[in-house]
Design a protein around this ligand. Structure first.
Ligand code: GDP
Length: 424
């Protein structure tokens, strides 16, 4: 059984938590894109864990985690993240963590270039997490990356690095007037992490092909949401990788297989970290109240998130490009303070009512058109069955289901593992 869990919105939908919940039934959890710019928060009986780079399945000892070829891996960060998890009692070894030999590596100069470019853009910046993700994916397509598998052959690594350093130094010096890269330092950095992670690096395509043949249950975990996808998102304010479900088999190393089911994680309201058009945005007191209620501060960066009501136009588009079979609707409990709940049902673009998600300048100038529904206005965090749910909450769920044209299977009412209602 191959299941993918993806974000329907701008990211931070609560995917980590849903993966943690659904990974109970899995043998393998794979991350297939992005890098340590993720910020999945999982709360379980052992405590609160923030995962930037590792698949959320790492918190379950019986699950094998795979970091696929579609990822960009910063080994220095991986070292820190694994150390922190080990402190929390999580065991990590080559038995339960496998790194693709074809995954690209984020090197210190990618982080440096990310910061230099954001500074150059100043007022026009993209709102990057400054973790080197844009530059390393850029290098992937320029064919200037070091890949994890290169660490297994130090002579080959040294040769590859020579050419890469010569090229990147031209860029760092010429474009930004910064110091050229130091080959020996970078080689030493790579050798250090080669020693640390050598045993984890394998051909994950072979591993997963065998797993599929053996009928293992595999889950693909995405980072960010549909609206940050490099092709389908709010370009250029997107991430630099493919966040959509259709990319999961490719980024995992098994491009020939088909997914059996796609779960889309969708938030009961809208949030967005960083820059870019965000039509249903609230400002001022209204925004602060929702931000506080939802604890909407970036898990990776601590930045306050932009917030607003649920956006049907963006979310229906998100469901479509993700090919979602089912939805997990998260953070409904956060709306409990509202007597009336606004829903952005369409956009006004130059006086025209628009219901298909626009792109380019139309998206920038779009204004939200709201409808209001009754709130439940009571504590729902203890709901575990449909019978426990107030009728207004059921009506909200049914309305969103109809508007985004996708079945809502889970309604989550709190951050804890068991705080959800299964609708069917
Ligand atoms: P991700 O990047 O999509 O995994 O999202 P985050 O981890 O940044 O955001 C989810 C945050 O909301 C985490 O702190 C979760 O523990 C929390 N969370 C997830 N679902 C719910 C929910 O239904 N209610 C509440 N109150 N918190 C939730």
């Amino acid at each position: 059984m191959l299941t993918s869990i993806v974000g329907i919105n701008w990211g931070d939908e609560g995917k980590g938590r849903m993966v943690d919940l659904l990974s109970e039934q899995q043998d393998i959890v794979v991350r297939y894109q992005g890098g340590n710019n993720a910020g999945h928060t999982v709360i379980n009986e052992r405590g609160k864990f923030i995962l930037n780079l590792l698949p959320s399945g790492i918190l379950r000892p019986e699950v094998v985690c795979v970091m696929g070829n579609g990822m960009a891996i910063d080994l220095e960060h991986l070292d820190k993240e694994t150390a922190k998890l080990r402190e929390g009692g999580i065991e990590i070894s080559p038995k339960n963590l496998k790194i693709s030999d074809r995954a690209i590596l984020t090197l210190p100069y990618h982080v440096q270039l990310d910061c230099l470019e954001e500074e150059r853009l100043a007022g026009e910046k993209y709102g990057s997490t400054r973790r080197g993700i844009g530059p390393v994916y850029g290098d992937k397509y320029l064919k200037k990356c070091i890949r994890a598998g290169d660490l297994l052959d130090l002579d080959y690594l040294a040769k590859r690095l020579k050419g890469v350093v010569a090229y990147k130094s031209l860029m760092v010096e010429g474009m930004y007037g910064a110091e050229p890269l130091v080959y020996d330092e970078l080689l030493a950095w790579l050798k250090k992490y080669a020693d640390m992670f050598r045993d984890y690096i394998v051909d994950t395509g072979v591993y997963l092909t065998d797993a599929v043949k053996a009928g293992k249950r595999i889950m693909f975990e995405a980072q960010l949401g549909a609206l940050r996808d490099i092709d389908f998102g709010i370009y250029p304010y997107t991430s630099s990788s493919s966040t959509i479900a259709a990319y999961a088999p490719i980024g995992a190393g098994i491009p020939g297989v088909k997914l059996d089911e796609v779960y889309g994680v969708m938030k009961a309201y809208s949030t967005c970290v960083g820059e870019g058009p965000f039509t249903a945005e609230w400002f001022g007191e209204e925004a602060e109240e929702l931000r506080k209620a939802g604890g909407e501060y970036g898990a990776a960066t601590g930045r306050p998130r932009r917030v607003g009501p649920f956006d049907v136009v963006a979310s229906r588009y998100g469901c479509r490009v993700q090919g979602a079979d089912y939805i997990a609707l998260t953070k409904t409990d956060i709306l409990s303070y509202m007597k009336k709940i606004p829903i952005c049902v369409a956009y006004d673009v130059n006086g025209k009512r628009v219901t298909e998600f626009p792109t380019g300048n139309d998206l920038i100038i779009a204004k939200p058109i709201y409808e209001y529904v009754d709130g439940w206005n009571c504590d729902i965090s203890g709901c575990r069955t449909i019978e426990d749910m107030p009728k207004e909450l059921i009506a909200y769920v049914k309305k969103l289901e109809e508007l985004v044209d996708c079945k809502i299977k889970y309604v989550s009412v709190g951050a804890e593992r068991e705080a959800y209602v299964q609708m069917f």
